[in-house]
Design a protein around this ligand. Structure first.
Ligand SMILES: [Cu+2]
Length: 125
């Protein structure tokens, strides 16, 4: 019985290692991708990396743009949660900018992976 449990544990650790190796090869950006993420063309930058919006919460002034940059190996979207005010599919290396003109709290998510969520808070200048 004890041996059986031990075997299962080793097996699940092996599976976890294989899975993380597979995920790492899918989602790890190259160095040039990371540079792109840090220097968006327009506005403040949100990097999409390892199925996460980073930073997940950001505050900007009204009239400012936010640029999302996908550094993952799979497509993601940035989609406004309220009536899909904005929405754009980004493949690896692609970016999308949206200008927030009206103060408020804007929740957004990835349509392909709804567990990916973020919030942009827009304050009056
Ligand atoms: Cu996604």
């Amino acid at each position: 019985m004890v041996q059986k449990v031990g075997f299962r544990r080793r097996l699940s650790i092996s599976c976890a290692l294989l899975l993380s190796a597979a995920l790492a090869s899918l989602v790890l950006p190259g160095p040039s991708m990371a540079d792109t993420a840090l220097q968006p063309d327009e506005g403040r930058g949100v990097s999409i990396s390892a199925f996460t919006f980073e930073p997940a919460t950001m505050t900007v002034n009204a009239g400012e743009a936010v640029t999302w940059v996908n550094t993952d190996g799979v497509p993601h979207t940035s989609t406004g949660a309220l009536n899909h005010q904005w929405g754009q599919v980004m493949t690896r290396g692609e970016s999308f900018s949206y200008t927030f003109d009206t103060p408020g709290i804007y929740a957004y998510f990835c349509e392909m992976h709804p567990a990916m969520v973020g919030t942009i808070t827009v304050v009056a200048e």
